[in-house]
Ligand binder design. Structure first.
Ligand SMILES: [Mn+2]
Length: 299
């Protein structure tokens, strides 16, 4: 299971010619500050390996997503030091942005998001909102001695001047809670998704302008997605997450996305496939601006 092997493209289709690519998948197998379960460095390869089994046609967007023009890049060199690895990821994302392509980062730990956000902010300023599917707020100023811990990714987004809206959170520190109260941030907690019939309207209320989607697979419930470094009970289902993605993409232009924190469990393919399908669905929705109106949601 290595990207150095014969598999060089997401899905069973070969890479399109450069000029036909509207989106680029960038594997970023960073594993530098993982605090509990290990294995996020194997995430991108596992997603691309599983993607070979995807059905090319997606009935929610009513097309073969890869036909929209999706190219897969070789993995970014993420060897230490961490700051250098982040600079390389930022450069890889920046190259796609400069060519007008949607960057789709595959982590790796959540820290990779910081590099993508830096590339975007340098080019367009902080004129967009970060939507974070995550069990955690990731708003710590530093964690285990590092400001670039996976537990600090959204704090660094705030430092860049970005607005962050959390979806599916259910675990945070007292200091993080005090920070969101002080800043007037309103996460949509997993508990609300489960208990409030109007959660989807709340999730997109007031949401305007371009968005960056960061999808930490631990936003799913640990029963749906156990293959992650810091699993949490009480999380979201596949239909809840995809309904949210559909609503967001129908409303706002997506300027970049990532799927992070898959830590594959050897021999267990279901969760690698779930992550691959998440990439595929999010890509289709982002490129097409939401679901096909007639299809009826999976929800
Ligand atoms: Mn998380």
């Amino acid at each position: 299971m290595s990207l150095d092997g014969p598999i060089t493209s997401f899905s069973e289709l070969p890479n399109p010619p450069e000029e036909a690519a509207r989106a680029a998948i960038i594997p970023a197998p960073l594993e530098a500050t993982v605090s509990y379960g290990h294995g996020t460095s194997l995430g991108p390869a596992a997603i691309i390996f599983a993607s070979q089994q995807l059905e090319l046609y997606d009935n929610v967007v009513d097309c073969q997503v890869m036909d929209l023009g999706v190219i897969t890049r070789p993995a970014v060199n993420v060897s230490p030091p961490l700051e250098t690895a982040l600079t390389r990821i930022e450069a890889a994302v920046g190259r796609e942005l400069d060519a007008g392509r949607l960057p789709v980062l595959l982590g790796g730990e959540h820290t990779v998001t910081v590099a993508a956000l830096r590339a975007l902010v340098k080019r367009r300023g902080a004129d967009f909102t970060v939507l974070s599917l995550d069990a955690h707020l990731d708003l710590r100023d530093s964690y285990e001695g590092s400001p670039y811990s996976h537990a600090c990714a959204m704090r660094r987004a705030l430092d860049l001047g970005l607005e962050v809206r959390h979806f599916g959170a259910r675990s945070c520190s007292l200091a993080e809670m005090e920070l969101i109260r002080a800043r007037g941030m309103e996460p949509l907690w997993a508990r609300e998704v489960h208990n409030d019939p109007d959660w989807l309207q709340k999730a997109v209320a007031g949401l305007e302008g371009p968005v960056y989607l960061t999808l930490d697979v631990d936003g799913f419930d640990a029963s749906v997605m156990p293959a992650t470094g810091t699993p949490e009970p009480g999380g979201l289902s596949w239909p809840q997450v995809t309904a949210w993605l559909e609503a967001v993409c129908a409303r706002c232009p997506v300027i970049g996305l990532d799927v992070v924190e898959l830590a594959p469990l050897m021999g267990m393919t279901a969760w690698d496939f779930t992550a691959a399908k998440l990439v595929h669905r999010a890509l289709g929705l982002a490129l097409l601006g939401g679901p096909k109106p007639s299809h009826g949601s999976e929800r």
